[in-house]
Design a protein around this ligand. Structure first.
Ligand code: AMP
Ligand code: MG
Length: 347
């Protein structure tokens, strides 16, 4: 058990000191949880194989599931990769700093443990000021997966990081709740074309606005289980994800159909609704995850709502299906995994 420090970056008087301490620990090869605009990240020096291997132990993460390397300026990119495809430069100009991760051919500098044994490396430049300051102060590229125990919903608050990771990491940098709420968009680059491996706040439409829609495709496993024998373009696709303790089922249909289904569940033990603000609760215990017309609000709320449902002791959760478009595609993708692909079509 490590005695985990909580470094407060919220208090302006202590912020500088928190950043300095976090950077110092990272330089020593220690694990530090940092805020980012997507979700909180469990960071270590991406170039230090020993430090990175501790991330896998702390999370209980499968060794073949590679990590995203976080940088704070473009000068840090070149040493990590063998080449930067032209499309990556164009996308970086538009979306970095921000929630876009690009998979590129890796250089010798990146240890195999960071890339899960692949010859590619995933790189992102976060926009969160505290994350950027810590990367800059440490002078290191930071490998940082989501700061949850493997399989659980990703943490969007420092409080959830402490629940999962106190005693497993050297420090947690306490900051505001993550603005976006779901992890970054991950893309693979193939010549002029990009393939979305994981949807996020940078949408396929956003990518198409730079590259042209004929150059952007979305991997089938984003909205369907990986088929037997199908290659996992991204190792993360193979694993159970974001799963709360309750059994979640997605209900696809209109507000009226959702209301009718909910009414039939009234009085059943441990049944909760995960609904939109526009839905009623229909006499059942329920939590909201944003507004039906605002997918960004759903992304912001989803993981926290899943964790709250566990705390409430929910056994069965019926979740009103989001529109799988724009940022909503990322919300749908996470909810599908939380529900182990259980979907009921109501209409
Ligand atoms: P997390 O660290 O939890 O945000 O997850 C990172 C995601 O990026 C996982 O789904 C990984 O499988 C994926 N990823 C990281 N590196 C690569 C890579 N080199 N090639 C393909 N997918 C990657
Ligand atoms: Mg994760």
């Amino acid at each position: 058990m490590i005695n985990t420090l909580h470094l407060n970056a919220l208090d302006p008087a202590g912020r500088e000191e928190a950043i300095e301490k976090a950077a110092e620990l990272l330089r020593q090869g220690k694990l530090v949880i940092i805020p980012t605009e997507t979700v909180y990240g469990l960071a270590a020096n991406a170039l230090d194989a020993q430090a990175v291997s501790r991330i896998f132990v702390a999370k209980g993460r499968p060794q073949d599931n590679p990590l995203i390397v976080h940088i704070s300026d473009m000068a840090q990119l070149d040493p990590l990769v063998r080449e930067v495809p032209r499309s990556a430069r164009l996308l970086a100009e538009k979306f970095w700093p921000g929630p876009l991760t690009m998979v590129m051919p890796k250089s010798q500098a990146v240890p195999d443990v960071t890339s899960g044994g692949l010859d590619t490396v995933a790189v992102r430049m976060p926009s969160h000021q505290t994350a950027r300051d810590i990367i800059e102060k440490s002078g290191l590229p930071l490998a940082a997966p989501s700061a949850n125990l493997s399989g659980s919903p990703s943490p969007t608050t420092a409080h959830r990081c402490a629940q999962d990771m106190d005693g497993r990491v050297e420090a947690i940098v306490v900051d505001e709740d993550s603005q976006v709420g779901v992890e970054s968009t991950v893309i693979a680059l193939h010549g002029e074309d990009v393939l979305v491996l994981r949807p996020g706040a940078v949408t396929p439409e956003d990518l198409a606005s730079v590259l042209g829609s004929e150059h952007v495709s979305v991997h089938s496993s984003i909205t369907a289980p990986l088929q037997p024998g199908e290659k996992a373009e991204s190792p993360g696709m193979k694993y159970k994800h974001y799963a709360p303790k309750a059994e979640v089922t997605i209900l696809r249909g209109s507000k009226e159909a959702f209301a009718e289904f909910a009414a039939q569940q009234k009085g059943k033990d441990g049944v909760y609704l995960l609904r939109f603000e526009e839905d009623g609760d229909y006499g059942l215990p329920s939590l909201c995850y944003g507004s039906q017309s605002d997918p960004a609000s759903q992304a912001h709320r989803l993981f926290e709502a899943l964790r709250e449902l566990d705390e409430l002791g929910a056994k069965t959760v019926y979740a009103h299906c989001p529109e799988a478009e724009g940022v909503g595609l990322a919300v749908y993708n996470r909810l599908l995994r939380a529900a182990a692909f259980r979907v009921i079509d109501l209409d």
